[in-house]
Write a protein that binds this ligand. Structure first.
Ligand SMILES: [Cu+2]
Length: 352
C-alpha cells in the first residue's frame, strides 16, 4: 500500500477524503522534485545519498533484467510446438562469477554506507542538548534539558543546535521517526535508546511512530517546531494561559487523549467525552450520569471533578461501563493546572 507521509496523519487514520480541510496541527511539507523524501532539514544529508544510490541501483538492474528477459522471450520463443531447443547451455562459470561478484560489491557498499549512517545517528557529539522522548500508547511526551516542564505531542528545538534524545517506552515497542531530519530509531521497552540530529532550518516538522504499536498507532504523532534562539529562550513549551484554561485543556486533549476519546459520542478505545458534563433545565453545567464498575460491581455515579481526576491518575479505580475491559494509560504526573484545563474543556462540551 502506498503511504503518503505528507498527508495529515490524523485525517488519514480516519479515512477522511483529502478534500476535507487538513488538521491544523499537521503542517504541509514541501517535497523534492522526485516526490521521494521531504525537504532535508538536518545535517544528515548523507542519508539521501544512500537512498538515491540504492534507488538508482534498483532501477538500473530492473531495466537491465527486464530488457534481457523481454528480448529473450521475443527472440527465442518456440515458434512451433515441436521446435527443438535453440541451445543446451546449462552452465557458464565466468558469467556466474561476474553476476555474483558485482552485486556483492554493490551490496557491501550499501552496507558500509548504511552502517556509517547508523553510527553517525547514535554517536552523540559533545555539547548536544539532552532531551528525552517518552513513548506510550498513543502519544509522545518530551522533557527539556534542565527544565521541569514537559510538553506533550509537541516539541520545540533550537535551529543549529544539536539535539540528542534519550528514548524511552513505558509500554510496547515504538519508533521515533522524523523523515525531514532523516532519523529513525526504535523505542524499546525496558531499555534506553539514543538518537541525535542537528536541525538546520526553522519550521514545523512531523514526528511519527514508525513501529506498529496497537489500534491507534497511526494517530501517534507529534509536531516539532524548530525555532530561533530568541523564540527558544521564551520556553514556548511552558505557555499556559491561566485566563483560558479550556484552551490549554483542548491542546492537551489533542496531544494525549484524542487517540482514545472522541468528543462526538463515537466510542473509541475509551468512552466518548460527550455527556460527561451536561446542561440542566436552567442552562447550568452539571455532571452527567455514568455507569462504572467499582471492584467489579456496577454503579451509577454523577460525574464531578473528583471522578475525572481519579480517572486520569488512577483509571483502574472506576472503570467506565462498556469499556471496562480496556485499559487506559494513567497520567499520574499531569500537573494540576493541566487537569483543571482538561476539565474546563470537558465542560465546554456540555449541551453540544
Ligand atoms: Cu507507537
Amino acid at each position: 500500500m502506498f503511504v503518503n507521509l505528507f498527508q495529515d496523519p490524523v485525517n488519514a487514520a480516519q479515512g477522511v477524503a483529502e478534500s476535507v480541510p487538513q488538521n491544523p496541527h499537521a503542517p504541509a511539507q514541501t517535497i523534492d522534485a522526485w516526490g521521494q523524501l521531504p525537504k532535508l532539514a538536518s545535517t544528515f544529508g548523507d542519508v539521501d545519498g544512500l537512498f538515491y544510490f540504492t534507488y538508482a541501483v534498483c532501477i538500473f538492474f530492473f531495466v537491465l533484467i527486464f530488457a534481457a528477459l523481454l528480448y529473450s522471450v521475443i527472440k527465442w520463443h518456440r515458434k512451433t510446438y515441436d521446435q527443438p531447443a535453440a541451445s543446451n547451455v546449462t552452465h557458464n562459470t565466468p558469467l556466474e562469477v561476474v553476476w555474483t561478484v558485482i552485486p556483492l560489491i554493490i551490496v557491501m557498499v550499501m552496507f558500509a554506507w548504511g552502517f556509517k549512517g547508523s553510527l553517525d545517528m547514535t554517536n552523540v557529539p559533545h555539547g548536544a542538548r539532552q532531551y528525552k522522548a517518552t513513548a506510550k500508547q498513543w502519544n509522545w511526551t518530551f522533557s527539556y534539558p534542565n527544565d521541569p516542564v514537559q510538553s506533550y505531542g509537541e516539541l520545540w528545538l533550537e535551529v543549529g543546535k544539536p539535539a540528542s534524545f534519550l528514548l524511552e517506552s513505558t509500554d510496547v515497542l515504538h519508533a521515533f521517526y522524523m523523515p525531514s531530519m532523516r532519523v529513525k530509531r526504535d523505542v524499546v521497552p525496558g531499555r534506553y535508546q539514543k538518537v541525535w540530529f542537528q536541525p538546520i532550518e526553522k519550521g514545523e516538522y512531523h514526528l511519527f511512530c514508525a513501529e506498529y504499536c496497537g489500534d491507534d498507532h497511526s494517530k501517534m504523532y507529534a509536531k516539532v517546531h524548530v525555532v530561533d534562539a530568541v523564540e527558544y529562550a521564551k520556553r514556548p513549551w511552558d505557555q499556559w494561559d491561566d485566563n483560558n484554561p479550556a484552551k490549554g485543556g483542548e491542546s492537551r486533549y489533542k496531544a494525549l487523549c484524542s487517540s482514545c476519546h472522541s468528543l462526538d459520542g463515537t466510542p473509541l478505545t475509551g468512552p466518548s467525552w460527550k455527556g460527561l458534563f451536561v446542561k440542566d433545565a436552567s442552562g447550568a453545567i452539571v455532571g452527567g450520569q455514568r455507569d462504572v464498575f467499582v471492584g467489579g460491581v456496577k454503579e451509577t455515579i454523577t460525574v464531578d471533578d473528583a471522578y475525572i481526576i481519579e480517572s486520569i491518575k488512577n483509571p483502574e479505580a472506576k472503570k467506565a461501563a462498556g469499556h471496562e475491559k480496556n485499559a487506559m494509560t494513567a497520567f499520574p504526573n499531569l500537573p494540576d493546572r493541566e487537569i483543571h484545563g482538561i476539565i474546563e474543556f470537558m465542560k465546554t462540551l456540555a449541551g453540544k
